[in-house]
Write a protein that binds this ligand. Sequence first.
Ligand SMILES: Nc1ncnc2c1ncn2[C@@H]1O[C@H](COP(=O)(O)OP(=O)(O)OP(=O)(O)O)[C@@H](O)[C@H]1O
Ligand SMILES: [Mg+2]
Length: 271
Amino acid sequence: MGRVPQDLKVKVPDPRLSIIDRRLRRVKRIIIIASGKGGVGKSLIATTISLLLARGGRKVGLLDLDFHGPSCHIILGAADAKPEEARGLVPPEVHGIKFMSMIYFIGDRPLPLRGDEASDAFVELLTITRWDQLDYLVVDVPPGIAEEVLDIIRLIKRAEFLIITTPSALAAKTVARLSQLLQELKVPVLGLVENMCLASEGMAQPVVGPEVKLLGRLPFDTRVEKALGNPDLLLKTNFARSLEPIVKKIAEPTLGARSVGHPVRSLGPGD
Ligand SMILES: Nc1ncnc2c1ncn2[C@@H]1O[C@H](COP(=O)(O)OP(=O)(O)OP(=O)(O)O)[C@@H](O)[C@H]1O
Ligand SMILES: [Mg+2]
């Protein structure tokens, strides 16, 4: 028998995709901390935003999807916490945050994933994690603007992006490309945060253009390094204090309007 031509093959939908929708149904807002560029502070900002929201009385989940170098567990001091198995995986609660990470699956081993394998790891983690009810799910993603971002948009329907950059022409170019891609795909962008600023003058806004709002600038703060793993200390740094007004803006109904109002349905049995 001859081979079936590619275009005649029936594409079987991945049943896990509908499970992801159900898993996230009781999550009000999903905020993706992205950049395109590596090392700009995505993980630090994702973790600190989660801590600030949780201290403000919100129900918060933090998902570290970075399989290259998961690091939110270090910033959060979550070394001993482990997810619990119960019809999926229930994230442990660490400093008031429900926390799930690639680190629980890959440990300290390097995990060189490519293309489909990386997508599959995202799908798997999103399929098995039981978040239950959350006001915010903050997602830290690996650097990159191609497959990683397209995967997130495909898998997480209500994703809103917060773009992180630094006052460097090198970061700004990548960030401008990410911002353009998100706008072309009509994905909500909450705004831009410029991190590790030394002077009050930044440079992100002229690079990304007026469509993306600059929500604020965060200082380079030498106290951050000592505060890694110690959320109480981290929240006392100038870095975290400068993040507070940005978190308030993110929580504003006008900025979150595109995802607020989404039906938050209850899950049926088996979810
Ligand atoms: N405002 C800041 N002040 C001082 N140090 C900072 C600041 N922001 C980030 N850092 C430090 O810079 C380094 C990179 O930060 P982080 O790991 O959060 O970046 P990232 O964008 O997640 O990197 P990657 O792309 O590799 O995942 C870390 O050591 C972090 O503690
Ligand atoms: Mg990171």
